[in-house]
Design a protein around this ligand. Structure first.
Ligand SMILES: Cc1ncc(C[n+]2csc(CCOP(=O)(O)OP(=O)(O)O)c2C)c(N)n1
Ligand SMILES: [Mg+2]
Length: 559
């Protein structure tokens, strides 16, 4: 077999992890990468509307498949992708960002080129793009094979993006050395443990569990990133622990699990008894490491008291002031599953299952009548993509039917993420439907990705909630600022304008119209796009104390 070029080798090796699509925008410096995509069997080019969208789509794909590929060009392309890649870093997603750069021949001759600042600094963007990643490599034919193994190993070990630079000329040259075939992501051992630390950590957790009168578990999205979510559920089930989630981790545990209590958010917990259960717990087994941001803890609520938490991070464990290092999360969970003693007693969850159905006929559409109807449409295997905005608060409190997952960007919270992420998620999924709920303001940032959805024939169900506002901004500040008003876009006309054939698209203003549109989802074999009018009066400001505490930086006392 002929030796592959650097670009072909890199794409083939990364695709072997189980990646069959690469999101990007072409560019002349990246042609060696773009051309190589056509040579790699089983790898499909997905041309996105811009690099930010491509990065968000890759982020969505990585949430389902465990890793993703993104390609952009020198400077102008990679810098546009930066916000998206940084979000993948925050959400611990291994996105391989492949960037083309000017040839070393040009560099050696010191020639001035486009996408630079009129000077001869060709490496200016490496530290900038690299900052959104956990590992960086500039590949040559000679270093390619070893460097790529290092990059893949590190990206998967830390579960974060990797930045790979290939010059236009080096990308076309054959690799030197013996190619590595690699293995699918599911077979890769991401982290390895120190045996003594592992035993000590597991013994300490088991002792804490045995001593606890009222233990409770939390599980986070990190378990999904490391492919150990099922192990976490097995441990929780075997130990017979009640379990709650925070909003960032919505959907990590199947909400139909008998011991699932609900969503913890301090005084905003849903149902409210979740707060009592968390407060009363004398041990919180935190599987994955809950992110203690204000938005994830109901304004830095009770879970802050880490003294009573046993926290299993990706490669370390903390119990009170004890820290165990170099203990891989999969090894810790395996050992705990093998050794844990089930607690006596039956844990009964007290969740309200379905939101009450309200509204009919000519009543205007609103949050009150929209969410109960949405809840009844979701089915096992579906993924609900949640954009940042007022809808996130409604959806976090909504109990999910069995087998339904959600994806959101609670930590990074870059509006516009959800529309392209829906593209990536729908492409990565092998079964079930992808649903998107986005506010109008967020949608405006990235709605040109609808054309890409139409082009590649994916079939999501999209709800655009049109309140004419950046509504959540009105909630967390005051009403009536002109900077929160939006252009009056007729969203439901966009799929047609973007050439999305066979899309069912409509605008609904009354409950009867909403019901009719929802019924159409079942018998329409194509994507569905529903613009739902929401009264802007719903965006009422939070109580002044909450605004002062959370948003004017008057932080609570750390008790
Ligand atoms: C990239 C980016 N820009 C600005 C913000 C600040 N921001 C957070 S939510 C939001 C408004 C969202 O409005 P919309 O999508 O219409 O949802 P609504 O709250 O109206 O339901 C804004 C501007 C952000 N989070 N990310
Ligand atoms: Mg809005």
């Amino acid at each position: 077999m002929n030796q592959p070029t650097v670009a072909e080798y890199v794409l083939t090796r990364i695709a072997r992890l189980g990646i069959d699509q690469i999101f990007g925008v072409p560019g002349d410096y990246a042609f060696s990468i773009d051309d190589a995509v056509e040579q790699v069997v089983g790898l499909q080019w997905i041309g996105c509307a811009n690099e930010l969208n491509a990065a968000y789509a890759a982020d969505g794909y990585a949430r389902i498949r465990g890793a993703a590929m993104l390609t952009t060009t020198h400077g102008v392309g990679e810098l546009s992708a930066l916000n998206g890649v940084m979000g993948s870093k925050a959400h611990r997603l291994p996105v391989f960002h492949l960037v083309g750069m000017p040839s070393e021949r040009i560099q050696r001759l010191g020639l001035i080129t486009h996408h630079n600042l009129g000077d001869t600094r060709y490496d200016r963007y490496i530290p900038i793009s690299g900052a959104a990643c956990c590992v960086t490599a500039v590949l040559t034919p000679d270093n390619c094979i070893e460097e790529l193994e290092r990059v893949i190993r590190e990206a998967l070990r830390q579960s974060m993006p990797a930045y790979i630079v290939i010059s236009e000329v080096n990308g076309l040259m054959p690799v030197i050395g013996t190619p590595v075939r690699g293995e699918p992501l599911a077979d890769v051992k991401r982290q390895r443990s120190d045996p003594q630390e592992l035993k000590a950590a597991v013994d300490a957790i088991l002792a804490a569990l045995a001593k606890a009168q009222r233990p409770l578990a939390l599980a986070t999205a990190l378990t999904l990133r490391y492919g150990v979510r099922d192990k976490a559920v097995e441990l929780i089930t075997k130990a017979n622990l009640p379990v709650a989630l925070t909003s960032y981790d919505k959907g990590v545990i199947d909400e139909s699990l008998p011991q699932y209590l609900g969503l913890y958010a301090a005084e905003n917990s849903q149902p409210p008894m979740v707060r009592d259960a968390v407060e009363a717990a004398d041990l919180i087994l935190d599987i994955g490491g809950v992110l203690l941001t204000e938005l994830n803890t109901g304004m830095w609520g009770d879970v802050l008291r880490t003294a009573r938490a046993a926290c299993i991070h990706d490669n370390w464990v903390r119990i009170g002031s004890q820290v165990f290092l170099n203990v891989a999360i999969d090894d810790v969970l395996d050992a705990l599953i093998a050794e844990v003693k089930p607690r006596a007693g039956v844990v009964t969850a007290v969740g309200a299952d379905l939101l009450a159905m309200v509204g009919s006929g000519d009543e205007p559409t609103s949050s009150a009548n929209f969410y109960p109807r949405l809840q009844r449409k979701l089915q096992s295997g579906d993924t609900l993509v949640i954009e940042t905005g007022t809808s996130m608060f409604h959806l976090n409190g909504m109990r999910l039917p069995a087998g339904v997952r959600t994806e959101a960007q609670g930590l990074w919270g870059s509006i516009g993420w959800a529309t392209p992420a829906t593209l990536g998620i729908a492409m990565a999924k092998t079964f079930g439907r992808t649903w998107l709920v986005t506010g109008d303001g967020s949608h405006q940032l990235t709605l040109n990705e609808l054309a890409v959805m139409g082009r590649y024939g994916i079939k999501p169900v999209i709800f655009v909630l049109n309140n004419g506002l950046y509504g959540i901004e009105d909630v967390i500040s005051e009403r009536g600022h002109a900077y929160d008003d939006l252009a009056a876009v007729q969203y439901h006309l966009l799929p047609a304008a973007f050439g999305c054939a066979d899309w069912y698209s409509t605008r609904v203003s009354t409950v009867a119209e909403l019901d009719q549109a929802l019924a159409a989802i079942d018998h329409h074999d194509g994507a569905v796009y529903i613009e739902v009018m929401i009264p802007n009066e719903e965006s009422q400001p939070l109580p002044p104390e909450t605004i002062d505490r959370g948003y004017k930086l008057m932080t609570p006392d750390p008790d």
